[in-house]
Design a binder for this molecule. Structure first.
Ligand SMILES: Nc1ncnc2c1ncn2[C@@H]1O[C@H](COP(=O)(O)OP(=O)(O)OP(=O)(O)O)[C@@H](O)[C@H]1O
Ligand SMILES: [Mg+2]
Length: 298
């Protein structure tokens, strides 16, 4: 006869509690070598989280920082491509998984490094009725492995590219109590900002995760002939939002951003002097100032 919930004493003999404790200890040891952990999120998809993550990583690598990136979007992974490391299969050693190495030594771990080919989707075994629940659970599990089983070594900064959806923040906070904070990405559209303002409230008030600030992405289109900036989405701005969080940067639209991602080299490495490149550097400098202030408080 199958056991019912109340028949199970403790964890039913599967030793789950000990396994979780062991995993948590491993995670702590691994993260002890990482100075700063920063998450990039948005309540909304397609606003440029991964692009911003890749270019923040590039900014800090250019400052000589040792940088790692975790593609926490395990259903739609993209950082492997953006760092040109999709052909690198992660090696599993006794000490843990060796991450892929992108331009300027940036370490990358992403689900797409584990997929056999470009068209293979991530399919979770046993995904049926309670899809949402299971997906969240599997994501959390995979993220924990990415953080604890990968040989990150000593890093100055580990960036997490979170999948769209504010609910993920709870997961991250559970896994990384020392998370320095979150960079929130939005685009200048009212719909995006409505969703984003909900995520901000969630992250800050419910989960007590520090918000480093907001990035307004794709704010303007730079005319290739006259080099003037024109609004891309109309006159909606984060200035209209009742949010008392700093705007870390406003990044204009630059078609070369997508080309750079496709080539596997973050935009900033080759176009630092362009308006978008300068805006990204300004963003990076603001994040760096925030991290320096946190480090000073310790
Ligand atoms: N400032 C920009 N200028 C031009 N293209 C951009 C800019 N920011 C992002 N993009 C492009 O917009 C698309 C979406 O960006 P990205 O994949 O980074 O978004 P995302 O928020 O990570 O999406 P998802 O929710 O699917 O993970 C990509 O093709 C990217 O190259
Ligand atoms: Mg993404």
């Amino acid at each position: 006869m199958p056991k019912r919930y109340r028949d199970i004493v403790g964890d039913g003999g599967s030793n789950v509690a000990a396994q979780v404790a062991e995993h948590t200890a491993r995670l702590r040891t691994r993260m002890a070598g990482v100075t700063h952990t920063v998450a990039v999120m948005s309540g909304k998809g397609g606003v440029g989280k991964s692009t911003i993550t890749a270019n923040l990583a590039a900014f800090f690598a250019m400052q000589g920082w040792r940088v790692g990136v975790v593609d926490a979007d395990i259903n739609g992974p993209s950082l492997g491509k953006m760092f040109g490391v999709r052909s690198q299969r992660p090696r599993v050693e006794a000490a843990g998984v060796v991450p892929a190495m992108g331009p300027q030594g940036i370490l990358v771990i992403s689900m797409d490094l584990f997929l056999p080919d470009d068209t293979a989707p991530v399919v979770w075994q046993g995904l049926q009725a309670d899809t949402f629940f299971w997906r969240g659970t599997m994501e959390m599990h995979t993220l924990r492995e990415f953080l604890s089983d990968v040989q990150w070594g000593e890093l100055d900064l580990l960036l997490l590219d979170l999948p769209p959806g504010a609910d993920r923040v709870a997961t991250i906070k559970d896994l990384l109590p020392d998370l320095r904070g979150t960079v929130v990405v939005t685009i200048p559209s009212a719909v995006s900002q409505l969703v984003v303002s909900k995520s901000i409230t969630m992250a800050r008030d419910l989960l007590q995760t520090p918000i480093i600030g907001l990035v307004e992405n794709m704010t303007a289109y730079i005319c290739p002939t006259c080099e003037e900036a024109h609004p891309l989405f109309g006159p909606v701005s984060t200035e209209a939002l009742p949010l008392d969080i700093p705007v870390l940067g406003r990044i204009p639209f630059d078609p070369r951003m997508a080309t750079a991602s496709d080539r596997g080299v973050p935009f900033l490495f080759d176009h630092g002097a362009s308006p978008a490149g300068q805006a990204l550097q300004h963003l990076g400098a603001n994040v760096q100032t925030f991290l320096a202030s946190v480090a000073q408080e310790e």
